[in-house]
Design a protein around this ligand. Structure first.
Ligand SMILES: Nc1nc2c(c(=O)[nH]1)N[C@@H](CNc1ccc(C(=O)N[C@@H](CCC(=O)N[C@@H](CCC(=O)N[C@@H](CCC(=O)O)C(=O)O)C(=O)O)C(=O)O)cc1)CN2
Ligand code: MET
Ligand SMILES: [Zn+2]
Length: 765
């Protein structure tokens, strides 16, 4: 065959550096240790390395403008001048680079004067973006040059990049109306004013010499109304028909785009990007639509969100079947590689049988080149690389786990809540006041705690010494909670590096990485563990810590576990069996842990499911089946306890809309949820969907360093009491406290307890 080698492209590449250099630089700047110039220099070096890596791997369309100090949605809002009213004065007053950066970070993190932008999940990933606020009067004008500057910066390095922008439809659909917006207003109403800003930017990029740009419209992977599709048509007609512009590729990812496909196929643009990993249905839809005509199809064939090596044979077959459906084919990632770790070469401790099946961002660049080569020269050109890397089925099977699950089925359900609550509240140790106070689990992870763990890892600190330090930390956290007067205490989770990784490190079938960091939000990172085989629990995981904490107090201590859905959502999970099946294995391991905690005298057990919303399919018709298996896995994990044991769960990251009905299906006795930012409206929403158990709406936002006043917590509680009886209301922050410092946490919790007392007193109890 003599076809030219197809081009390759990447949606985005990790910019955090092999050792999280970006985190160090940004947090150093916040702490006043790093100057603005040093921060900018560190960032430029990281961009240079990423561009160089992609260019060296032969990627044709190297992306630029994918770097961010905090979040790309925030960057886009600033690019178009869409600064919320409360930040405008500070932004306008910025007179130097430091002032500019401070105004930027204030929007992300809040300031004394103004709360930050809301943060929420980026589609169904564990990345969080900042939600732009757009009202009828929000300014919209091209106000920055970041895409042009990053293009020119890479050109100076000798690489012609393709600037990437979040597309206008996705930008507006992911924004929320600002406080001034009248009922019925939607940010999308401002589309016609925003488009000229994009047009002007395209013209500037064109003048700077950019031959092509990519506009990302991941919002098309979710259900879209006819009006939204009409807006899509209008947007790309407007941009496509402008004269001075680079070639435009409209890229979509995270799933099949359904009815949007014919709209993009007909748009006056040069390329369309489709994800064939999360959206294999895109293939048939493309054929049914008659293909893309002369446009280039940018085919997402290499999974940007998981760590398994690409099945090159399968990718080549898919690519071959696409060749006739477009004017040209570019071999691409399915989405940005920001969701996977940078380089497998940094991992030295992995089982070789697992390692040979993995590809991180750096390795995926080579896979793209191989697929392009195979397309041009035939599969023979790939030799034995074609066969390498696919799971050797059955290598990690555990027949005992499978047999236990078969025997257990759905497990016996618990007694009705009405029966349980009587058993739980019967005097003695079970007695709790109305508006019982508690926290969500973690207390601040102090520098000493993290340093101790780093010492343990490096072999500097013996395990016994580490455990002694953790017990001392638990003593401190218990004593503090008693002093503050909380009702249900926690041990504070000092021994956990992360609420998912900690368990993964102790479960069979799971592997942890040493350096596999992925950005979760801002300067916060996680190392998602790799779930590669059947899961089981070789030994109890949390029981000794919980038992120890309970031995230090007469008050009840709440045991703390991470639920099955969250264990999957925040890991890289095997893709050779349905998630529902894997969830049942994790649930079984947790079920054993829950029962062991109970046997150790722990009367309250919390099983966190903060990611319940995150794994919800983007398409409505797929959601009920997901919610059914998710709730079943939770019940399997928690239904093995006596009526007298109180099962708690916790969820965060707002937008409960679609999952609100499922909260009751989990059958927990108490559910704590993030509600501070939505002013307790969730409590009434839960009542309206028939939720009749106990509820702990978060009364303050732990993502901000602000200390809430007693009055504001009291007001929140009174709003909640409009929709729930006092003995069903719990009082707690809206999430764990691990990212905060004691200087904020202690006064905040004191205010929380005194607010709860004041309300109790006013109720005469
Ligand atoms: N997996 C996961 N996803 C989640 C959440 C979560 O808690 N876990 N919460 C939500 C919000 N996301 C979050 C994500 C990360 C963090 C977070 O605090 N991350 C820490 C790292 C946590 C960790 O893994 N800590 C390790 C490693 C700590 C570390 O950096 N050690 C240094 C040395 C430390 C020292 O000497 O001080 C090193 O190894 O170089 C530990 O404690 O053992 C961070 O970025 O700083 C918080 C919230 C949604 N998604
Ligand atoms: C992201 S949800 C966090 C729940 C966990 N128990 C904590 O308090 O940190
Ligand atoms: Zn939480």
């Amino acid at each position: 065959m003599n076809t030219p080698v197809p081009a390759t492209s990447v949606h985005g590449y990790p910019h955090i550096g092999p050792r999280r250099e970006l985190k160090r630089a940004v947090e150093g700047y916040w702490a006043g240790r790093t100057t603005a110039a040093e921060l900018d220099a560190a960032a430029a070096a990281l961009r240079r390395d990423a561009v160089a890596a992609m260019a060296a791997a032969g990627i044709a369309a190297v992306p630029s403008n994918t770097f961010t100090y905090y979040d790309q949605m925030l960057d886009t809002a600033l690019l178009f001048g869409a600064v919320p009213e409360r930040f405008r004065a500070a932004a306008a007053a910025a007179s130097d680079r430091a002032g500019e950066l401070d105004a930027y970070f204030a929007m992300a993190r809040g300031s004394d004067a103004a709360p930050p932008l809301e943060m929420t999940k980026w589609f169904d990933t564990n990345y969080h973006y900042l939600v732009p606020e757009i009202g009828p009067a929000t300014p919209l004008r091209l106000s920055g040059a970041k895409p042009v500057e990053e293009f020119e910066e890479a050109r100076a390095q000798g690489v012609e990049t393709r600037p990437v922008l979040i597309g206008p439809l996705t930008f507006l659909l992911l924004s929320k109306p600002d406080a001034s917006a009248p009922e019925g207003f939607a940010p999308l109403d401002r589309l016609d004013e925003l488009l000229p800003c994009y047009g002007e930017l395209l013209e500037r990029l064109h003048r700077a010499g950019a031959a092509a740009v990519r506009l990302d419209e991941p919002a098309l992977a979710a259900d879209r109304t006819p009006e939204e599709l009409a807006a899509l048509r209008r947007a790309y007609r407007y941009l496509g028909e402008r004269e001075a512009r680079p070639a435009i590729t409209v890229s979509t990812y995270f799933g099949a785009i359904g009815a949007a496909l014919p709209v993009l196929a007909a748009a006056p643009v040069e390329g369309v990007g489709l994800d064939f990993v999360a959206g294999p249905a895109n293939r048939d839809a493309l054929a049914a639509a008659g293909g893309l005509g002369g446009k280039v199809l940018e085919a997402g064939l290499v999974d940007g969100r998981n760590v398994w090596r690409t099945d090159l044979g399968g990718a080549l077959a898919m690519a071959a079947s696409l060749l006739g459906l477009a004017g040209g084919l570019t071999v691409s990632t399915s989405c940005s590689l920001q969701h996977v770790p940078l380089d497998l070469a940094a991992e030295t401790g992995l089982d070789p049988r697992l390692r040979e099946r993995l590809a991180f961002a750096r390795q995926k660049l080579d896979e793209l080149a191989l697929i392009a080569l195979g397309l041009a020269e035939g599969t023979e050109a790939l030799g034995d690389r074609l066969a390498a890397g696919r799971p050797a089925g059955g290598a990690f099977t555990d027949h005992q786990v499978r047999a236990r699950l078969d025997a257990l089925g759905a497990g016996r359900p618990r007694a009705d809540y009405a029966v349980r609550v009587r058993a739980q509240r019967q005097g003695g140790a079970g007695a709790l006041p109305p508006l019982a106070t508690t926290t969500i689990g973690s207390f601040p992870q102090t520098a000493e705690v993290r340093a101790a763990r780093a010492g343990l890892r490096a072999g500097r600190l013996p395990r016994e010494e580490y455990e002694r330090l953790m017990r001392a930390e638990i003593d401190r956290v218990i004593a503090l909670q008693e002093d503050i007067g909380l009702d249900v205490l926690v041990h504070g989770e000092p021994e956990r590096n992360d609420m998912v990784q900690y368990f993964a490190e102790q479960l069979a079938g799971y592997a942890a990485t040493e350096h596999g960091w992925v950005q979760s939000y801002g300067s916060r990172y996680v190392r998602p563990p790799i779930l590669f085989g059947d899961v089981s629990r070789p030994a109890p995981m949390t029981v000794e810590w919980a038992r120890y904490a309970q031995s230090r107090t007469a008050k009840p201590v709440k045991g703390m576990l991470t639920g099955p859905v969250t264990m999957l959502a925040w890991s890289f999970v095997r893709d050779d069996q349905p998630l529902a099946e894997t969830a049942r294995q994790v649930a079984l391991a947790l079920r054993d842990e829950v029962r062991d905690l109970e046997a150790a005298g722990i009367r309250h057990i919390q099983v966190d499911e903060p990611a319940l919303r995150e794994l919800l399919p983007l398409r409505r018709d797929e959601q009920p089946a997901y919610l059914a298996w998710a709730a079943e896995a939770f019940r399997l994990a928690t239904s093995g306890v006596a009526d007298t044991t109180t099962v708690h769960t916790h969820m965060c990251y707002s937008e409960f809309g679609e999952v609100i009905g499922a909260i009751g299906e989990l059958d927990a006795d108490v559910t704590s949820v993030e509600a501070a930012r939505s002013r307790m409206e969730l409590v009434a929403d839960l009542r309206d969907v028939g939720y009749r158990r106990e509820i702990g709406p978060g009364v303050y936002d732990i993502h901000s360093p602000r200390v809430p006043s007693e009055e504001e917590i009291e007001a929140a509680l009174r709003r909640a009491l409009a929709a729930v009886e006092p003995d069903r209301l719990w009082v707690n922050p809206d999430c764990g406290l691990k990212t905060r410092g004691y200087a904020e946490v202690e006064p905040a919790l004191r205010n929380l307890v005194s607010a709860a007392r004041r309300v109790r007193e006013s109720l005469g109890s």
